[in-house]
Write a protein that binds this ligand. Structure first.
Ligand code: LLP
Length: 416
């Protein structure tokens, strides 16, 4: 069940009214439901059943400390792509031994810190990265646990910017050549080869591409085992999508994972997953206020106080995100509205052509804004990033304060 429901004609998150939150904390405002996050994480755990595995939340999707803390308490591991994310996880009470480190450009100092903390695994993406990791581990006199990110060359059938498992993408090592890399790694003094990983794309609404990918990887696992390289885990990355609109199918996370587990039934291989979006997207909204209504005859503009700097997905990926009135009314101006923001760019919209009855001053909620939303916000047009609120039942906590204007130039100088 969604955590966002209408109660007495008002949109609520769990048992807190969004109107009340907007009045207390101002807009634009990100609001998350704790129980929605927990429920989605639990759906992954259920999918694993008794199979050995680790669910590593992809921190890039929502890196707020409170969100990470709530997942850490549930036993989650974390998928990180930078030292920044690593330090966040530690600051949020995450367990270093449950961290997998992804990313194509890991720096030596990032590797060093991750080795000191004793992370679960480095997901290595190139031969040169492997050499660097071996050198860094030698300096610290430890062995680095390594998995290679294999590019399985499968079509994830999603938006080209978030499709990552095709040969033409920059990610991973070509499935045709990775065996040689494994052989080289197995000979290295400070590398411990433990796994194989892939991530084929994001917002996938079908299980089939994952099943194709796992089969390709398992063929390779067998070839490696035939030459004496035995892996402990297989990491299928993230990528399960969410229902953004009525046209989307709602993927059943538990069933997806069960399907993957079925491929591993007769094997002694743990399953690692790196879900981001499917855990947090539908646990969050961006609440924004209509400043003005404006009509040019052809288009009806609802000019709101939230813009592409707060939520860039519609502008960047033509992403469709549902917009709901926080207090629906029938006595406003009924039209097909383009919800546009304050930024001086034509691409600054959060939704177009949405039928609603509106008056200026109304509040709207952009739904499914718990993933890749606040984390991609910027200060463009010298706008402070919104506050973030985490709600649990009747309780609302400010888990990130709104940025103050003076914060925005605190690191600058007059250059005199
Ligand atoms: N693992 C790796 C290596 C990844 O690159 C990603 C996402 C994930 C896991 C998590 O994938 P998820 O479960 O969230 O699909 N900003 C875009 C999405 C970019 C995804 C990047 N990688 C958006 O707003 O749609």
């Amino acid at each position: 069940m969604s955590a966002f429901t209408y109660q007495q004609d008002q949109l609520y998150v769990e048992n807190v009214s969004l109107t009340e939150l907007a009045e207390t904390h101002g807009t634009p405002l990100y609001v998350y439901s704790k129980s929605a996050i927990e429920q989605q994480f639990d759906a992954y755990q259920q999918g694993l059943g008794g199979h050995d595995g680790l669910i590593c939340f992809a921190v890039k999707a929502n890196s707020n400390l409170a969100v990470l803390n709530c997942l850490a308490k549930r036993g989650a591991g974390f998928d990180i792509v930078s030292q920044g994310e690593l330090e966040r996880v530690i600051a949020a009470g995450g367990d270093a031994s449950k961290i997998v480190f992804s990313g194509v450009a890991k720096q030596a100092k990032e590797m060093e810190r991750a080795l000191e903390l004793g992370i679960h695994c480095f997901n290595v993406e190139s031969d040169e990265e492997l050499d660097r990791l071996n050198d860094v581990a030698a300096k610290l006199n430890v062995k680095a646990p390594v998995s290679f990110r294999v590019n399985p060359d499968v079509d994830a059938q999603t938006h080209p910017y978030i499709s990552t498992g095709l040969r033409e993408n920059k990610f991973g090592i070509d499935i045709r050549t990775v065996k040689a890399t494994y052989q080289r790694a197995a000979q290295m003094s400070h590398i411990n080869v433990v796994g194989m990983d892939c991530h084929i794309g994001s917002q996938l609404l079908e299980a089939q591409p994952f099943e194709d990918a796992i089969d390709r990887l398992l063929t390779l696992v067998d070839e490696l085992s035939a030459i004496g390289i035995n892996l402990k885990h297989i990491d299928m990355g993230g990528g399960i999508g969410v229902k953004y609109s009525e046209d989307d199918i709602e993927p059943n996370v538990t069933q997806y994972i069960q399907k993957l587990v079925n491929h591993l039934k007769s094997r002694n291989l743990a399953l690692v997953l790196e879900p981001g979006r499917s855990i947090v997207a539908n646990a969050g909204v961006l609440v924004s206020r209509v400043e003005y209504l404006k009509d040019n005859g052809e288009h009806h503009f609802a000019i709101i106080d939230g813009g592409m700097n707060d939520l860039i997905r519609p502008a960047l990926y033509q992403a469709w995100m549902e917009i709901k009135p926080v207090q629906p009314r029938s006595d406003g101006k009924e039209a097909y509205w383009d919800f546009v923001g304050p930024i001086c760019e034509t691409g600054d919209f959060l939704g177009k052509n949405r039928k609603m009855s509106l008056k200026s001053g109304d509040l709207i909620a952009v739904m499914s804004a718990g993933a890749y939303s606040f984390v991609m916000a910027s200060n463009y047009n010298t706008r402070g990033r919104p506050a973030e609120i985490l709600v649990s039942d009747r309780e609302a906590k400010v888990v990130r304060q709104r940025e103050q204007l003076s914060d925005l130039w605190a690191l600058e100088s007059l250059g005199e």
